[in-house]
Write a protein that binds this ligand. Structure first.
Ligand code: FES
Ligand SMILES: [Fe+2]
Length: 455
């Protein structure tokens, strides 16, 4: 990989700009298939997607389709979704969809019936002797793909020489381990196709700098001023106060809201997040906040309100047998509020929930992407709802107010990036470093110039 040319930009505190090719160029999008998607670990699903032996999902990324199979109770396998005979796609995938899923005792190619088991071994070839003995197991098995799990996600990498998943994910994995995402299960999951580049859709959720203009109704709960950090390939952010530097700011991780009565504010904020985001909190947290005005006297200081609420929430979770994770204040502060996992994943995490995004190219068009959002949550044993991927057009009814507000920027950003009058992006050097870092790392994979100082 290319090394950055300017050492001064290492922490990305210097004001930097980057050009638009990554969003608008068809040649760039084609090169991404080889230089980026074929080289990086990417989350292809959740472990819970394939609970039983024989269950499978496919992960579609550009022209590649990866077949992921529960081969044994404790073993997941992954293969290129192509038959080695004459190249038919082995498992059909819906055109324009976000992947196939199902369960099969074996995979039978629809063209001539070559058959494969969950280890990718060929178990049946019609008239095999016609090949005069040259068809070895190695020549007739499926082509395997690296697969591993972390956080309850299934990750794949098409590069046989890739670094181990854990190495790739650090330092994000270490900082997020305390949240134990593997104990969470889907609450909802939706997807839609947008007329914008996959990075435009992802970047719509990568910083709270947009809250004041895009979600003005949320300003009554806080300033939404955030530090943003490069964490190797990845990045995170967390609430800061406007006077603070990085280190002092990192202790501000709880939204306590503004307003005279912290009890009412907390109750209102939780309710509003539940109703207008549909995530970033849980029903138990909303209900506990709603009780605050009954449980605490007027005038209770905000910190006390927050503490009481959190203790109530923990007790309510304990009552249904859900363990509250052990996350220290320091771990909460370091983890911050939200992560970008390179290249195409967003995680907004909390102790018992996370709101996650994934975006990926749609065909070869740089101006189109598949966008997926899902909430995962800790549930009592056996209480996780049965969910499926739902294709949901980008309306407020389908996605609720806040995410619909974010959607309202996406196509408009793509249109602007395609303007001959746009001079290159000017990300905020404090609050949007995650975005700059994405472009720095992308440039390294792509072998193109890194973000440059603003002149
Ligand atoms: S292409 Fe699959 S069996 Fe012929
Ligand atoms: Fe937003």
């Amino acid at each position: 990989m290319n090394q950055p040319t300017q050492l001064a930009i290492d922490d990305l505190s210097e004001p930097l700009a980057y050009p638009v090719e990554a969003y608008v160029s068809r040649a760039y999008a084609e090169a991404e298939a080889d230089r980026l998607w074929a080289k990086v670990w990417q989350h292809a699903g959740r472990v819970e997607d394939i609970p039983e032996v024989g269950d499978y999902i496919t992960y579609e990324i550009g022209k590649d389709s990866i077949l992921i199979v529960r081969a044994a109770p404790d073993r997941i396998t992954a293969f290129h979704n192509v038959c080695p005979h004459r190249g038919r796609r082995l498992v059909d995938t819906p055109a324009g969809g976000n992947g196939a899923r199902g369960s099969k005792p074996r995979f039978v190619c629809g063209f001539h019936g070559w058959t494969f088991d969950a280890e990718g071994r060929n178990t049946h070839i019609l008239d095999k002797t016609d090949w005069q003995g040259v068809l070895t197991d190695a020549r007739t098995c499926l082509t395997s793909v690296k697969v591993d799990t972390w956080g309850g996600w299934i990750w794949i990498n098409m590069d046989p020489d890739c670094v181990p998943l854990r190495d790739y994910l650090e330092p994000a994995a270490g900082l997020l381990d305390p949240f134990a995402f593997e104990k969470m299960r889907y609450r909802f999951r939706q997807w839609v196709v947008f007329d914008c580049n996959w990075k435009v859709a992802l970047e719509a959720f990568m910083e709270p700098y947009h809250v004041a203009a895009t979600h003005p109704q949320l300003l009554k709960y806080g300033d939404f001023y955030a530090w943003s950090k490069a964490q190797g390939l990845h990045g995170n952010d967390g609430y800061a106060s406007k006077q603070a530097d990085d280190s002092a700011a990192s202790t501000t991780v709880h939204r306590t809201g503004k307003g005279a009565d912290a009890r009412l504010m907390m109750a209102e904020m939780q309710k509003e997040f539940w109703e207008t985001v549909g995530a970033s909190t849980t029903q138990i947290m909303v209900d506990a906040a709603a009780r605050l005005p009954d449980e605490l006297p007027e005038g209770t200081p905000a910190a006390e309100v927050h503490h009481h609420w959190l203790e109530s929430v923990k007790a309510d979770y304990a009552a249904i047998g859900v363990a509250w994770p052990e996350i220290s204040e320091a771990q909460m502060a370091d983890a911050g509020l939200a992560w970008h996992i390179f290249p195409n994943m967003g995680i907004l995490q909390g102790p018992t929930f996370a709101l996650c995004y994934r975006t990926r190219p749609y065909g070869g068009d740089p101006g189109k992407c598949i966008y997926e959002a899902y909430a995962i949550e800790r549930f009592a044993e056996g209480q996780a709802p049965a969910t499926e991927w739902v294709h949901a057009e980008a309306t407020e009814d389908n996605w609720r107010k806040v995410i619909a507000q974010d959607f309202s920027n996406m196509v408009a950003v793509q249109q602007g990036l395609e303007s001959r009058g746009f001079r290159g992006a000017l990300p905020n050097p404090f609050q949007e470093r995650k975005v700059t870092n994405l472009h720095r790392n992308l440039a390294r994979y792509m072998g193109v110039g890194a973000p440059t100082p603003i002149e």
